[in-house]
Design a protein around this ligand. Structure first.
Ligand code: GDP
Length: 445
């Protein structure tokens, strides 16, 4: 796994903090040096390492921990927070009609990613199509066609045409009226050369893309920075797809490049197969890297004091009777990271999650069920999430297919939603229960 070494060094450093008798400036300086060394070894750009470590040191020395948080927890939290910050805010591609231009050097995984993206949008209920605009790599046409045929996605390409602009122009005309998401593959080269840049700009003018995604191999190392910048200068990158995160590369170069360009990483590729593709979430990524499972209990207390306000907002929204699947999803997210599920489960409608007091075995089952529900909801469109009543037989089939579950699981989710909604409505008349739920939600967050 990419960044495994970095992860284990950083985890070691955090454990050092957690076990320290005193958190003083000596420890902080030592920790900062450890972090610098770990990041440099992972190929993270020197300038970025210096800025980041300075910031960690400054905050750790100057900031006072919030009430209820120990010095150790506070320093760990700062390290985590600053690492998340360099990856930028999380960004999801909108689920809507759009044109997406894929750019990147040769062999980075661009063509593979076109297929992965198309499947992603298909699962969301849109109609994606792909256009083969890579005219320089002879196999690119066949490769993209094969992927498109496999997953039944319309494809346009012309093996005999060497002018990429002509191909994409024709492709756009072909798909203008009968598609939602047009994904355009473009040429990669071994090196960034002027003619590649010119071709890219011409394609850009022809297709007027909404999104310009840079595909970058996590193994690319220090040259990632100048590369990303050149692509950014030419077309204005709106998102980065980091591929081959399943490999053994150091990965820090690619991450630095993303930070330098300031474009968010939107997806990661974790294998050659078309389903090895995940939305990217900076906080989740860093948590995994730092093994936050271990250190989570320390950080939870920190988060609690910061997030109290959000919980109240969620509770108020639920109480207002406007309860959508989005709300349910958020709620499940809150449930997922929580220890005492039994307490919360008592408040959920009976039948699905078991009645009354919940046993350990049932709790595991419950968590599996919630997880499955989330996978199903990931395959639903925004419209369906906002108004689940429109989900009838044919949509159920599509959603089940997308999520890799059976129709009956989707029906079960819908039934659960309806029970939940009714319960929420019932609650809004009952002041005592309302207060109780508010407290639970606050506690949950
Ligand atoms: P392009 O030249 O940028 O279009 O690159 P390709 O899509 O042809 O990918 C180059 C090679 O990388 C192929 O063998 C792909 O199967 C492989 N590849 C692409 N993405 C990933 C990934 O996320 N993980 C792994 N392990 N291999 C990948």
């Amino acid at each position: 796994m990419v960044l495994e070494d970095l992860g284990s060094s950083l985890r070691g450093t955090l454990k050092k903090i957690a076990n320290a008798v005193y958190v003083d400036s000596k420890l902080i300086k030592e920790v900062v040096r450890d972090i610098q060394r770990a990041l440099l070894q992972a190929d993270v750009n020197v300038k970025l390492v210096l800025t980041l470590s300075k910031q960690i040191e400054k905050r750790a020395l100057e900031e006072k921990p919030p009430a209820g948080m120990s010095n150790r927890e506070h320093v760990i939290h700062i390290v985590y927070d600053e690492l998340v910050k360099i990856l930028g805010d999380a960004r999801e591609l909108p689920i809507k009609k759009q044109v997406i231009m894929m750019v990147g050097l040769y062999g980075q995984g661009k063509t593979t990613t076109c297929g992965k993206l198309a499947i992603y949008f298909k699962k969301k209920g849109l109609c994606p199509v792909v256009i083969a605009g890579d005219v320089h790599r002879p196999a690119a046409y066949e490769q993209l066609k094969q992927i498109a045929d496999q997953v039944k996605i319309p494809f346009y390409g012309d093996k005999n045409e060497k002018n990429a602009v002509k191909i994409v122009k024709k492709g756009m005309e072909t798909f203008k009226r009968n598609s939602d998401v047009i994904i355009v593959d473009t040429s990669g080269r071994h090196k960034l050369e002027d003619d590649l840049i010119d071709e890219m700009k011409d394609i850009f003018k022809t297709i007027k893309p909404d999104e310009k995604l840079l595909v970058m191999d996590a193994a690319v190392g220090q040259q990632a920075g100048p590369q990303a910048k050149a692509f950014h200068d030419a077309v204005g990158i709106t998102g980065i797809v980091l591929t081959k995160l399943d490999g053994t590369a150091k990965g820090g170069g690619a991450l630095s490049a993303a930070a330098e360009v300031g474009a968010p990483i939107v997806f990661i590729g974790t294998g050659e197969h078309s389903t090895d593709f995940e939305k990217f979430d900076p906080a989740g990524f860093i948590s995994r890297l730092l093994g936050m499972g271990d250190i989570k209990s320390l950080l939870e207390r920190a988060e609690e004091s910061l997030k109290g306000k959000d919980a109240e907002k969620t509770a108020k929204k639920i109480m207002s009777g406007k309860f959508t699947l989005h709300d349910m999803y958020d709620q499940m997210d809150m449930l997922a990271g929580m220890g005492p599920l039994g307490k919360v489960a008592e408040m959920l409608p009976g039948g699905f999650l078991g009645k009354g007091k919940i046993k350990e075995k049932d709790m595991v089952e419950t968590e599996n069920k919630l997880q499955k529900f989330k996978v199903i909801m990931d395959s639903m469109t925004d419209e369906e999430m906002n108004d689940p009543n429109i989900v009838r037989a044919s949509r159920i089939k599509r959603i089940a297919h997308g999520a890799g579950v059976e129709n009956k699981n989707v029906k079960e989710l819908l039934k659960y939603y309806n029970v939940m909604k009714r319960t929420m409505k019932g609650l809004s008349g009952n002041r005592k229960m309302k207060k109780n739920l508010m407290n639970q939600l606050k506690f949950m967050n």
